[in-house]
Design a protein. Structure first.
Length: 276
């Protein structure tokens, strides 16, 4: 019994010593592992401290760079706003200049139109005085179909021209109409028809003037055909029908190349082309 007990105790001690060795071995391994981990942690800590130090050094630079970028952006935005404002100002000035240029062009065209009208009046009055002067120094030819004498016809014609020159257009119209109706074969009948149309043109009754100028072409051997053709262009131009006006001016150029109004018709077409 004692021997068994001793054996049991001996076995237990042997197992205890065995387990103690195992535990001791495990403790040694654990210590080594802990030391390894501790060493690793210390290295990581050192690296972390180094990174932290670097960050502390770089942080002011980053802050300065960020601040500089913000200031640069603000300056850029400020410059952009200034540029946009200047561009808008320039665009507004350009619009004003364009408007002024358009206004000046319209004024120039209006002045040009007025000058053309004045020139026409001067030429027309000059022609009327020239005709009157020639008539006073020539002898009238008789006409078999005349209801009045050639001398009386010439006198009435000169009177009608005087009415026209004095801007008494109603009297001039009535007298020219009578002259055309009384003796359409008279050598002054075509002139009477032309000056009748001139009266309506000067009175700005352009539709009536067109009708009367067109009748001038019905007189054979008239020397007022190119005059009437030019004035047809002027009538349509005054009415604002530039297309038709250019057609009439072109007709003068085509059919009356030797006319004294040839260059005038060319200039009129150029002026109308510019206005378009």
């Amino acid at each position: 019994m004692k021997i068994c007990h001793i054996r049991y105790i001996s076995s237990f001690l042997t197992f205890f010593l065995y387990m103690s060795n195992i535990v001791t071995a495990q403790d040694n391994n654990t210590v080594r592992e802990l030391r390894r981990l501790n060493s690793k942690i210390e290295k990581q800590s050192i690296q972390t401290d180094s990174l932290d130090a670097q960050i502390r050094l770089l942080l002011p630079e980053l802050q300065n760079a960020l601040s500089a970028n913000l200031k640069a952006k603000e300056q850029t935005d400020s410059v952009a706003i200034v540029l946009i404002n200047r561009i808008n100002t320039i665009q507004n000035k350009m619009r004003l200049i364009e408007d002024k240029a358009a206004y000046i062009d319209s004024v120039n065209f209006e002045i040009l139109a007025q000058l053309v009208m004045i020139e026409n009046k001067i030429v027309t009055l000059t022609n009327s005085f020239t005709e009157m002067y020639k008539l006073k120094n020539t002898t009238s030819k008789s006409s078999s179909s005349s209801q009045i004498s050639p001398e009386q016809y010439k006198k009435n014609y000169i009177d009608a021209l005087s009415f026209y020159q004095n801007a008494e257009f109603d009297k001039a119209v009535n007298l020219f109409i009578k002259l055309v109706q009384n003796d359409p074969s008279n050598e002054l009948a075509d002139n009477s028809q032309y000056w009748l149309a001139e009266c309506y043109y000067t009175m700005k009754n352009y539709k009536k003037a067109i009708n009367e100028f067109t009748k001038v072409f019905s007189f054979p051997a008239t020397d007022k055909d190119d005059d009437a053709q030019l004035k047809l262009g002027h009538c349509y131009r005054s009415m604002g029908n530039n297309k038709k006006a250019k057609e009439e001016y072109q007709r003068l150029i085509d059919y009356f190349p030797g006319s004294e109004f040839y260059e005038k018709a060319q200039q009129s077409i150029k002026q109308l082309n510019i206005q378009e």
